[in-house]
Design a protein around this ligand. Structure first.
Ligand code: NAD
Length: 476
């Protein structure tokens, strides 16, 4: 059994979770301890206990710990990539890439720990000096989803620790393996006991107890909009700081003047890679009339060439869906799309492979309208729709007509349209001639409207959430 990590000790539990490989349901990755409410209380108390020591640690101590973690993750990226592919189902190259990114994130925030600086500002009053500096907020709860099981815990834990906070991490129930591996590395990084704690288990029990704990000063959450909304309400009640990253219904606009192969590659990557299980996935392909038929023919040809199979098998382009519930949800949306009058041009069926897993063919709908449910609700699977529009103006209006606003993309060779789109797209991130998914680790990440709430994650923007500003007046 892989244990909880509380106050620098490994703690087993009477209840365990069996972590099943979605590519092969006969393969149990491992068993993981499930935390009780008392374990959550103990983890928060441990984090509070470590706060004095860690918040007063030197930038060099923080650098050394984070650099150690980043180095080990990078050194073990093949092994951890296999674990990730096995428990979550993204392909081995995708999984290895995610692990490498987690290592780079720790390296980046190791640097941020020593770069943390303030401002010295002349006072408007004679004989007074003003200094503005950042301090940690306290104990932070990190609640993370299954689809990036090492990158997301890393992009929350690394800045939290870099700025002197202490952490309780609650990973998704479906993917505890990568979070446990991260905790094991952290346990050897020289952090004080209790500075980093891991509690695993169900969101409705363990996650809920964590976000309600009055010892938690801030909650950084990534997941669905429903859970995000309820966490925001809980935090508002006790005025705790909160940051939410949630769903997407990201548009990729393809204009008549686009390079067809660039557009098709961006659409296929954005819509179907990582089995479409990315908050940044391109689920709405908004295509102008002049290129529509050529684009549809080329994308269908490309989709047909994709191999859906075991995430660990060489040559697999698309791994399985994460579990049976998500697979049934995806197939349900395929039926909804058909009932709404969309034309299912390709895929959308359950697939059998040598091993029993949650496989489905990538689905493409055409002749869809932006008001259809398949174009308004996040599906979170390999299902994309083509929406035909007459021109750029209509494309932009359709792209922005969504309750979400995480990322949006445009494929065009026109500087005029690219420039207009990046100003007027109502999303936190904009991609030009690139997939809507796939971001750098050193710049802000986040969206607008129903996709995000609170300050941005990652890059230098991460300091906004993980620190609080102090303004100090001195009369020397
Ligand atoms: P989810 O909301 O079901 O769960 C996310 C986390 O919250 C899990 O750890 C879960 O156990 C926990 N949780 C569930 N109920 C809780 C409660 N009542 N109190 C406290 N914690 C609770 O999401 P998921 O299914 O794991 O992930 C998929 C979702 O995540 C999608 O909507 C996707 O778009 C979103 N996502 C967003 C981003 C982003 O950065 N915007 C990135 C990745 C995933």
């Amino acid at each position: 059994m892989k244990a909880l990590y509380i106050s620098g000790e490994w703690k087993e539990s009477g209840t365990v979770y069996r972590n099943i490989n979605p590519s092969d349901t006969g393969d149990c990755v491992d068993t993981y301890a499930v935390a009780s409410a008392a374990d959550v209380t103990a983890a928060v108390a441990a984090a509070q206990g470590a706060l004095g020591e860690w918040s007063s640690s030197t930038p060099q101590q923080r650098f050394t710990a984070l650099d150690f973690i980043g180095t080990e993750i990078l050194d073990r990226k093949e092994e951890l990539g296999r674990l990730l592919a096995r428990e979550e189902g993204k392909t081995l190259p995708e999984a290895t890439g995610e692990v490498a990114r987690a290592g780079q994130i720790f390296k980046f925030f190791a640097g941020e720990a020593v770069r943390n600086s303030g401002e010295h500002i002349p006072s408007v009053r004679p004989g007074v000096e003003v200094d503005v500096f950042r301090q940690p907020i306290g104990v932070v709860a990190l609640v993370t989803p299954w689809n990036f099981p090492i990158a997301i815990p890393s992009w929350k834990a690394a800045p939290a620790l870099a700025f002197g906070n202490t952490v309780v991490l609650k990973p998704a129930e479906l993917t505890p393996g990568c979070a446990w591996a991260l905790a094991e590395i952290v346990s050897r990084s020289g952090l004080p006991k209790g500075a980093f704690n891991l509690v695993m288990g169900k969101g409705s029990v363990v996650g809920d107890a964590l976000v309600r704990n009055s010892g938690v000063a801030g909650v950084s959450f990534t997941g669905s909009i429903e859970v995000g909304r309820s966490i925001a309400k809980t935090c508002a009640d006790r005025l705790a700081k909160v940051q939410l990253e949630m769903g997407g219904k990201n548009p990729l606009v393809v204009l008549d003047d686009a390079d067809l192969s660039v557009a098709v590659n961006a659409a296929v990557n954005g819509a179907y890679f990582s089995t479409g299980q990315r908050c940044t996935a391109s689920s709405r392909l908004i295509v102008t009339a002049g290129i529509h038929d050529r684009f549809v023919a080329a994308i269908v040809e490309k989709i047909r060439s994709l191999k859906v199979d075991d995430a660990l098998a060489p040559g697999t382009d698309i791994g399985p869906v994460v579990d049976e519930t998500q697979l049934q949800k995806n197939l349900g949306y395929v039926e909804t799309g058909k009932k709404e009058g969309a034309k299912l041009l390709h895929g959308g069926e359950r697939l059998k492979r040598v091993k029993t897993g949650y496989y489905m063919t990538p689905a493409l709908f055409t002749e869809t309208g932006n008001a259809m449910r398949i174009n308004r609700e996040e599906i979170f699977g390999p299902v994309a729709s083509v929406i035909r529009v007459k021109d750029y103006d209509e494309a932009l209006a359709v792209a922005n007509d969504t309750p979400f606003g995480l990322t949006s993309g445009i494929c065009t060779t026109s500087l005029k349209y690219a420039s207009h789109f990046r100003t007027h797209a109502d999303s936190g991130m904009v991609m030009i001639n690139l997939p809507t998914a796939g971001v750098d680790y050193h710049v802000p990440f986040g969206g607008r409207k129903g996709s995000s709430y609170g300050s941005r994650e990652q890059g230098r923007a991460a300091a906004e959430f993980y620190t609080t500003v102090k303004t100090c007046y001195t009369a020397p």
